[in-house]
Design a protein around this ligand. Structure first.
Ligand SMILES: *Cc1c(COP(=O)(O)O)cnc(C)c1O
Length: 467
């Protein structure tokens, strides 16, 4: 069992060091950890990640800083792959939903573990191709892909996950005109609901994504008349940050129903892509299933549904994003101003906020934090960590128990690997932070810190304003 560190975290909330309990000899599922698996307290009472002293990283690379732990990300990739090998008799492929964090280094690292990549725009596709990811392992998603994105996908021989009629007809026309071919999967809305934030539910029938299952007859009939379009698989994704296993137990039988329909049209569809969505631990009270539990659940459900209908096992594809990279990264900030509202609240402001992590203001997401330069300081205050942006809602964490915090302290927010950098902005013309990859005591830049001049790169002043 791999629950002991999380149980210990849940039991003892009195001390910051409770987060640092990953010294368990048993393998921890990264999505259940609050801090990267290499996190430690070092001899000077500082937080260390990937063998690097976090306050020192800020000295060297500036603040704020995204710190991505190579070991944790690789461990999550391997746990997904190995779990499929253990629990599924057919072929499988894990593809990283790169919208969680898409950049050259992350694409390169994940591909080096043998994973494929899911991309959702021409920009993400360009990055994946530049990172050298094999086109046969790249899948393009999106509910409104542009003509040029589709042309790029066809030219680079990746698989397109077709979302709707307009796209299907556009793709068919393009490959006919170019006298070429394309592999597609079809995204279908499974009509399965799950408990997560409304903005990240995607499986219910009233979703902007995917074909309605009612359309499948017409879609299969259409594809059969397109010699250039090969349908290799069916896809569904029910949402994100999901802790329940039930939706993923239900999904395969729905999808196998679609495979049976394809069979009626004489189409042998050999791949099922069940999407991603496994949640991660952002706070002590979060309790997601492990990667292996999730994989085992979907494998059993697919195997069972195929057995019932006498179908051969499809190649099973999963598309995790958040649960691969979320807990591999922390964001380190420097504390600045503090403000006490008597009898109400004490604010401490950090040098970033909604521009480097828009999740709190977008989804009311919660986070944990520690003071990385005084790990064993007693926890004696309840603070609200505010961002630096001109927006009252720019609050990183509301009401968190921390030691007394002073200007210059290093405040580390945990589990910021997914949908932080990738959703970042330059709001208030704040340059984006740098990101470093840490491993065995070495830190390497993977994203340079933006400069004020970078912010002017696309500015242009019409001549008549210069009079
Ligand atoms: C976002 C997304 C994923 C990944 O979701 P996570 O919750 O990050 O695992 C997978 N597939 C599709 C189609 C997505 O849009």
């Amino acid at each position: 069992m791999i629950s002991s560190p999380t149980e210990r975290i849940a039991r003892d909330t009195s001390h910051a060091a409770v987060y640092l309990l990953n010294e368990s000899p048993e393998p921890i599922s990264p999505n259940q950890a609050l801090l990267p698996l290499t996190a430690k307290v070092n001899a000077v009472d500082h937080l260390e990640v990937g063998g690097c002293d976090v306050p020192q990283l800020l000295q060297q690379f500036g603040s704020p800083l995204y710190i991505l732990d190579e070991h944790t990300l690789r461990t999550a990739c391997r746990q997904y792959k190995q779990s499929f090998q253990t629990h599924y008799a057919g072929k499988s492929l894990v593809i990283y939903a790169s919208k969680a964090w898409n950049c050259l280094a992350v694409c390169t690292l994940v591909a080096s573990e043998g994973l494929g990549l899911d991309v959702v725009s021409g920009g993400e596709l360009h990055t994946a191709l530049k990172a050298g990811v094999a086109p046969e392992k790249i899948y393009l998603h999106g509910n409104n892909k542009s003509q040029s994105e589709l042309e790029m996908a066809i030219a680079s021989h990746i698989t397109i996950v077709v979302d709707n009629w307009l796209e299907l007809k556009t793709v068919a026309a393009l490959v006919t005109a170019q006298n070429t071919g394309i592999q597609v999967m079809l995204r279908v809305t499974p009509g399965i609901e799950c408990h997560t934030h409304e903005y990240i539910q995607t499986g219910h029938l009233d979703s902007k994504f995917g074909f309605d299952p009612e359309q499948l007859d017409a879609v299969f009939a259409f594809i059969q008349r397109q010699p250039g379009v090969t349908c290799t698989g069916l896809h569904a994704h029910i949402g994100s940050q999901i802790f329940e296993l039930q939706p993923h137990t239900d999904l395969p039988s729905v999808m196998v129903g679609w495979l049976l329909k394809a069979k009626e049209y004489g189409m042998a569809i050999a791949e099922l892509d069940i999407g991603g969505g496994l949640g991660i631990r952002y706070t002590q009270s979060d309790d997601p299933p492990s990667i292996e539990q999730w994989v085992q659940t979907v494998c059993q459900a697919v195997t069972q549904a195929c057995k019932v209908h006498g179908l051969p096992l499809p190649k099973l594809i999963a598309e995790p994003g958040r649960s691969l990279i979320g807990s591999a990264c922390v964001t380190a900030y420097t504390v600045g101003a503090t403000k006490t509202v008597p009898n109400t609240r004490q604010y401490v402001a950090v040098d970033g906020g909604m521009s480097d992590n828009p999740r709190p203001i977008t989804y009311q997401s919660q986070y944990e934090a520690i003071i990385a330069n005084r790990i064993s300081a007693p926890v004696d205050s309840t603070l609200t960590v505010a961002g630096k942006h001109c927006e009252s809602g720019d609050i990183v964490i509301k009401d968190i128990d921390l030691p007394t915090v002073v200007e210059g302290d290093t405040l580390v927010v945990m589990s910021t690997g997914a949908y932080n950098y990738s959703m970042s902005s330059n709001y208030n013309r704040v340059p984006r932070p740098a990101a470093v990859l840490v491993h065995d005591g070495n830190a390497s830049i993977i994203l340079q810190r933006e400069t004020n001049d970078d912010l002017l790169r696309y500015d242009s002043v019409p001549g008549h304003l210069l009079m």
